[in-house]
Write a protein that binds this ligand. Structure first.
Ligand SMILES: [Cu+2]
Length: 214
C-alpha cells in the first residue's frame, strides 16, 4: 500500500468518526428512494452484466469466478443525491485494516453472525466510489439498534471496493439499515466536481431470512 493510500484510509476513518459524532447535517435533499428486498428472492442481485462499469471494475464474468463474490447476498438498495448504495451480506469474515503501518486482523467476535457490505457507486455510471465515509446503524422491527458504527473501507477478490464490518443480527426478520454517507474525498475531473458533495442520509429497509449465503 502506498503512503498516499494509507493517508486516505486514515482520513476516511477519522472523518467517519467525526461524522458520527457530529450527527451529520446537510440532510436537506428529499429525492430519496429505497427498496428493501426479501433476501431469498434475489439470487441474481449481484449480476452486473450489461452495465459498463469502466476499465477498473472487473467484468461480471470475472467477479463470478471468485468464491468471495458468490457469497455476497443482496438485501436492498437506496439512491439519493446522485449516489447509490447496495447492501449485501455474507458470512462473518476475518478482514485486515491498516492501523498506522500495521495491517491488523479483525476476526469476527462470537456474537457477530454476519458481514455487511455497502457498495457505494455513482447513480448514473455505476462507478464505485472510494474514500467516502459510511456510518451504519441497523435497527430491528421494534426500532432497537442491533448494530452501529463507522464502516471500514475494504476490498476482496472480485468484489470491488466496499465499506463494511462484521455485525450482529439477532434473528431472521425485518430490519432497517440507516446510513450516513460522507462525500468521497477522491480527486475529481471537471465532470464530477459537483457530484456527491453533501453528506447524505439513506435508509434501506430489508428482510433477512436468517441465511448469510444465497
Ligand atoms: Cu468486507
Amino acid at each position: 500500500m502506498t503512503p498516499m493510500t494509507r493517508r486516505a484510509c486514515t482520513a476516511a476513518a477519522t472523518v467517519a468518526t467525526a461524522a458520527l459524532l457530529a450527527g451529520c447535517g446537510d440532510d436537506t435533499s428529499s429525492n430519496v428512494s429505497a427498496s428493501g428486498t426479501t433476501a431469498g428472492g434475489h439470487a441474481a442481485g449481484h449480476d452486473m452484466s450489461g452495465m459498463d462499469m469502466g476499465g477498473t471494475t472487473p467484468s461480471a464474468a470475472s467477479q463470478k469466478s471468485h468464491a468471495s463474490t458468490m457469497q455476497m447476498k443482496k438485501l436492498g438498495t437506496a439512491t439519493k443525491d446522485g449516489e447509490s448504495v447496495e447492501l449485501d451480506i455474507s458470512e462473518p469474515v476475518t478482514f485486515s485494516v491498516y492501523e498506522g503501518d500495521q495491517l491488523v486482523k479483525h476476526a469476527p467476535r462470537k456474537d457477530q453472525n454476519a458481514h455487511v457490505m455497502l457498495l457505494l457507486s455513482d447513480a448514473e455510471t455505476g462507478d464505485r466510489l472510494p474514500d467516502a465515509t459510511i456510518t451504519l446503524r441497523i435497527t430491528d422491527a421494534a426500532g432497537k439498534v442491533v448494530s452501529s458504527g463507522p464502516q471500514y473501507p475494504m476490498i476482496g477478490m472480485g468484489m470491488g471496493i466496499h465499506y463494511g464490518d462484521n455485525v450482529s443480527l439477532p434473528k431472521a426478520g425485518k430490519y432497517v439499515a440507516q446510513l450516513v454517507v460522507g462525500p468521497p474525498r477522491i480527486g475529481r475531473h471537471a465532470d464530477t466536481t459537483d457530484r456527491w458533495r453533501t453528506t447524505t442520509r439513506m435508509s434501506i429497509p430489508f428482510t433477512w431470512d436468517g441465511a448469510t449465503t444465497r
